[in-house]
Ligand binder design. Structure first.
Ligand SMILES: Cc1ncc(COP(=O)(O)O)c(C=O)c1O
Length: 417
């Protein structure tokens, strides 16, 4: 990328020349890991987000807000489409959708014919779960730390078709990849057809060895569906490199797209056997678009994905991942050894990135989150399920170390009380 594109994409073109030169030098001269520690550079990125002065937002896992350049472009799309209205829908929407799919597929490292734009991970993965022709006694494997919507969808299939769900429980601090692979393998039987695995567990931030789990499952003839809700746009990888058969992600999380955008990847040879939830007889059985007939679409959101990709690529996935991991480790290393504070996220840097979970012994997660907000003006979310009891802490690119210092002070205060 050249300097002009960098400045335009990140919306910093209007800053003074000195600042621009300085920024460009940092951006091009420092490794992602060194840049991650450079508060001055990230302060500039912070100014690209409109933040409330009322509280520090450390709950960016549900929805990671759009930067102002992306938001402004989105608003323009809303206005433009509202002018052309049905003419846009009848003439241009399908070509534009295809163009965004092509860009997304390039980002994901797959063919555009293996990817569709959905509204979110839930729609993507539930389309796969409900698309299987389950027979009584068929089995699926998943973890109790998986996302509730998918667990519910499997439960529904069990009620409807008599299939059986086998649920493992992930350790919070695994000693090796092999421990995780063996755990999933222990739940596989000759009746297992599908295994769901999270690339990055949302309640703890733990990164799982998905490629190794997929390789093991395939050895047993089991198909693999990867929940990439939090990984896509946060970690550097390509979808096919994980070896899964199906992959779902939300683009309104780490890629920074407008709300209500997701993707579904289905490996080419897995498309034909999947039953669509919404019928579209105009599509061939092996055309992935057969899974995408959900009626009139928020097409401005689809167009907004383009601008989000510009912004995402403007910063670069390596810099993003390095900064997010730095922020998480910035605060977790300061509190991990403090009495009564329990970190529910692995210490190994390769096993986590932005997200971590912290509990305080003797305190309910809901009380911890409420205290953090009411007393310290820090917004988080309480997690109290499976073996995870604490507040989930999710910084964003705009999070400053000063905010994390305030959070650490609050935690120490609460633990000492
Ligand atoms: C691991 C995981 N899977 C799936 C989802 C569902 O995402 P969405 O609500 O965007 O469909 C989430 C949401 O936070 C998640 O964390």
């Amino acid at each position: 990328m050249d300097k002009r594109t960098f400045l335009r994409t990140l919306g910093v073109a209007t800053l003074g020349t000195m600042v621009r030169d300085d920024l460009w030098a940092r951006f091009t001269g420092l490794s992602p890991e060194r840049l991650a520690e450079d508060e001055k550079f990230w302060q500039t990125i912070r100014r690209q987000y409109q933040l409330t002065p009322a509280y520090a937002n450390l709950e960016n896992g549900y929805y990671a807000m759009q930067s102002q350049p992306v938001l402004e472009a989105f608003i323009r799309h809303v206005r433009e489409i509202n002018v052309e209205a049905s003419r846009y829908l009848r003439t241009r929407q399908f070509d534009d959708n295809r163009a965004v799919r092509v860009r997304l597929a390039a980002l994901a490292g797959c063919s555009p014919d293996e990817l569709i734009i959905t509204r979110n991970t839930t729609e993507s993965l539930d389309t796969v779960i409900a698309g299987f022709d389950w027979k009584p006694g068929d089995e699926a494997v998943m973890a109790e730390q998986d996302y509730g919507a998918m667990l519910d969808m499997f439960t529904l299939q069990a009620r409807r078709y008599g299939m059986v769900n086998r649920v493992v429980s992930l350790p919070l601090h695994p000693q090796s990849d092999d421990e995780i692979v063996r755990l999933y393998e222990s739940a596989i039987t000759p009746r297992t057809r599908l295994l769901m695995v999270c690339q990055l567990v949302n309640i703890t931030g733990q990164i799982l060895p998905v490629a190794k789990v997929a390789e093991m499952a395939h050895r047993h003839g089991v198909q693999v569906m990867v929940d990439g809700a939090h990984a896509f746009g946060q970690l550097e990888f390509t979808i096919p490199s994980l070896g899964g058969d199906y992959y779902g992600a939300s683009l309104h999380k780490w890629p920074g797209a407008p709300l209500g955008a997701g993707l579904l990847y289905v490996r080419q040879d897995r498309i034909r056997p999947l039953w669509p939830i919404y019928s579209d007889t105009s599509m061939a059985d092996d055309d992935i678009r057969k899974l995408n007939h959900t009626g009139t679409q928020p097409v401005h959101t689809v167009l907004g994905i383009n601008d989000a990709i510009d912004y995402h690529q403007g910063i670069g996935i390596q810099r993003k991942e390095a900064r997010l991991r730095y922020l998480q480790r910035y605060w977790t290393t300061k509190v991990r050894a403090i009495p009564k504070i329990v970190i529910n996220t692995p210490e190994d840097p390769a096993r986590s990135c932005a997200i971590a979970n912290v509990g305080v012994q003797g305190m309910k997660p809901a009380d911890l989150a409420t205290t953090l907000f009411d007393k310290y003006q820090i917004w988080t979310v309480a997690i109290d399920t499976a073996n995870v009891h604490g507040a989930r802490i999710t910084p964003h690119l705009f999070t400053s170390t000063a905010e994390l210092d305030a959070f650490v002070r609050a935690l120490k205060d609460i633990a000492a009380a």
